[in-house]
Design a protein around this ligand. Structure first.
Ligand SMILES: *Cc1c(COP(=O)(O)O)cnc(C)c1O
Length: 418
């Protein structure tokens, strides 16, 4: 089930201080998750979580990650710049991108970041841009379907990422010739999975393969990178994953395949780290009864795209009405001129009145960060609910000036006094 750890009073208190809509993040919950993950893998002497910046790219949150001993997984030049500005040293940063501008390799190298290659052609690009570093990571794509038992968990055969097996052999031997000394293996085969066997299964694949590659190539096998993909219970019927059990199961696989140890483990979790620790807080501003009953809210898909993009479920509660029977069926909508701008479709909820405060759950990852400006709608503020029970605005809401800020030299911008 979603995370119900915060009382309605917390959201109401925030809504008294800041105009809705805004995302509220729970500092305590984020720190607890980082600590639980580090604890689950503490058996591995060389473990590090590189938080996936794209999930929640706010500097205040990234600094919390740094304080908890995490690094960052960046996917663009801008995210690398953000990592540097938040005080991360190069050894705490990975660049993991695909089809990106070649100069991003150089920027990553200048920062001293670890580079995760997505394609065999990246090797020449890397050589041209900054030379081949001593330690390199390569992303593996086994193709076909990825199954655990009888369950298909993903389909790498259709995914644009990674090297094929034969490209791994060829690519790593070329990297060795060009001066690489050690390598790590990365794969991302299942997204948003709450199946606890995903990481152990993936660890087994990467450890076996890495051992085999290192046995025949003049390269040291340095680490596996289990990447992201561990999911969260968006639905009330789902259970959260037991991360301690996942860590223990990875340990079992690791000790079977590599009793001698010596290979580190990296993760790049985004969703699992912060997803349940964020909520989109919004007021009901409109009520409409036509062929269905609609509640219009002051947030829209610009603030949270997942329902519109993937049909994703996000739980919704109404402040002060958690114990009121859910005997009304509503579509909860934003104001965009797009009929998929609905946070809930035919959802059973308590009776909602204009002015009620609604809380949309699990928006702490891939929420604000996927935002956009369709219909001239603006991105919301982000508020941190701090460990001492205070509220800190960690990003203001966009204003119209922000929307016009890129119209350099256009007469309309001059007309607006920009
Ligand atoms: C998106 C992404 C992640 C994070 O994924 P989550 O589903 O948020 O855990 C990690 N690594 C890479 C390379 C990614 O693209």
């Amino acid at each position: 089930m979603p995370n119900f750890s915060l009382d309605d009073r917390v959201f109401e208190g925030a809504a008294e201080r800041f105009p809705t809509p805004f995302h509220l993040y729970d500092e305590k919950g984020i720190r607890e998750n980082a600590r639980r993950l580090n604890q689950a893998f503490s058996w591995c002497g060389d473990f590090c979580e590189y938080f996936a910046v794209k999930a929640l790219p706010n500097p205040a949150v990234l600094r919390i990650m740094r304080e908890e001993g995490c690094g960052l997984d960046c996917s663009s030049a801008t995210e690398l710049t953000l990592a540097k500005a938040c005080g991360f040293s190069g050894d705490r940063v990975i660049l993991s991108a695909n089809a990106m501008p070649p100069e991003e390799f150089r920027q990553a190298a200048d920062l001293g970041a670890l580079i995760n290659l997505d394609d065999i052609s990246d090797i020449d690009t890397l050589k041209d841009q900054c030379g081949v570093p001593e330690r390199i990571c390569v992303r593996y794509n086994p193709g076909g379907d990825f199954s655990i038992g009888n369950t298909i968990m993903g389909n790498p055969g259709e995914a644009k990422y990674g090297f094929t097996l034969s490209q791994l052999w060829e690519g790593l031997s070329r990297l060795a010739e060009m001066g690489a000394k050690s390598f790590g293996l990365h794969a991302f085969l299942s997204s948003n999975t709450t199946d606890p066997s995903y990481y152990p299964e993936l660890a087994g694949i990467l450890l076996k393969l890495g051992k085999e590659l290192a046995g025949s190539l003049p390269l040291k096998f340095d680490f596996i990178n289990l990447s992201g993909g561990i999911g969260i219970p968006y639905l009330p019927s789902q259970q959260p994953i037991d991360i301690a059990a996942v860590g223990a199961a990875v340990r079992k696989v690791y000790e079977e395949i590599l009793p001698e140890g010596g290979v580190g483990i990296k993760t790049e979790l985004g969703r699992w780290m912060t997803g349940p620790c964020g909520w989109l807080v919004t007021h009901a501003v409109h009520e409409k009864k036509t062929h269905r009953d609609y509640i219009g809210v002051d947030a829209c898909a610009v603030n949270l795209m997942r329902p519109a993009m993937y049909g994703a479920y996000h739980h919704i509660t109404v402040c002060g009405k958690r114990n009121v029977p859910e005997d009304h069926i509503y579509d909860v909508t934003g104001c965009l001129c797009e009929n998929n701008d609905k946070f809930a479709i035919a959802r059973a909820l308590p009776e909602i009145r204009t002015g009620d405060l609604l809380v949309i759950h699990d928006t702490g990852a891939h929420g604000f960060s996927m935002g956009y400006n369709y219909n001239g709608r603006l991105r919301s503020a982000e508020v941190l609910y701090t460990e001492d029970g205070g509220y800190r605005q960690i990003r203001r809401a966009e204003r119209p000036e922000d929307y016009f800020a890129t119209l350099d030299g256009d007469p309309a911008a001059a007309e607006l006094g920009l």
